[in-house]
Ligand binder design. Structure first.
Ligand SMILES: C[S@@+](CC[C@H](N)C(=O)[O-])C[C@H]1O[C@@H](n2cnc3c(N)ncnc32)[C@H](O)[C@@H]1O
Length: 213
């Protein structure tokens, strides 16, 4: 994905995902799980003594090859994963045979509500949501987080090489505005020359970890 096609339907996410199955779990997912497991249980779950027995719920948006979904499930989360790429559906069906992963093939912008979650994870996906569809999706993401729940997302900046394509590329101010009303645990903005799936690229990214308050 060095030369990023302008429109999402032309982007080769299935090719990307096919090359991901063997890579390590993303650090953002590891950090999010540590925070979610270390903190007090998010509010709004099963009350009373049963609360300790109920599994934590994780929602993963743009879950790709399933590396992070598997990691979440292996760490005790009930996982609801979403991705528009139909080519990964079989891999999720296989994962679901032994792990509590429920996968939906869909455009995130078309999903009206997400399950109430203790953790929402989205690695390298939200920037590909169209700008006009992003605010409503963001609202639904925050609405799905239980009080005390962890939000862990990658966002891209407006100086990213792909910022001229369809998607959501944000200034620092815009990111800070999106996070208003949350407790920001980490907001790392990075700019660097690097590589993408198929070529050199200037990256401008934000790595966000926040707790819903
Ligand atoms: C760069 S990949 C990242 C995948 C995975 N999270 C990872 O870290 O390897 C972006 C993923 O988002 C999915 N995606 C992009 N736009 C989407 C949309 N509007 N709705 C649902 N999934 C989308 C793609 O199919 C792809 O799997």
């Amino acid at each position: 994905m060095g030369e990023m096609p302008r429109r999402s339907p032309e982007r080769d996410f299935s090719g990307y995902n096919a090359a991901q199955a063997e890579r390590p779990v993303r650090p953002l997912a590891r950090a999010a799980v540590s925070l979610a497991l270390a903190g007090p249980r998010a509010a709004g779950q099963v009350p009373g003594a049963l609360a300790a027995l109920a599994p934590r719920v994780a929602v993963e948006l743009g879950s790709g090859a399933g590396v992070e979904a598997r990691f979440l499930a292996e760490n005790g989360f009930e996982v609801h994963s979403y991705d528009a790429d139909p080519s990964v559906a079989d891999a999720y069906a296989e994962l679901a045979r032994s792990l509590p992963i429920s996968h939906t093939t869909a455009d995130l912008a078309q999903i009206e509500t997400f399950p109430a979650a203790d953790l929402v994870l989205s690695c390298a996906t939200l920037p590909f949501v169209r700008r006009d569809e992003f605010p409503a999706l963001w609202r639904r993401i925050l609405d799905s987080l239980r009080l005390g729940g962890i939000l862990a997302v990658d966002l891209f900046g407006d100086r990213d090489d792909w910022a001229s394509t369809d998607g959501t590329f944000l200034s620092r101010d815009e990111v800070e505005q999106l996070l208003r009303g949350t407790d920001v645990l980490e907001l790392v903005e990075e700019e660097r020359e690097g590589r993408s799936f198929s070529g050199p690229k200037h990256w401008h990214t934000y790595r966000v970890l926040a707790r819903r308050t």
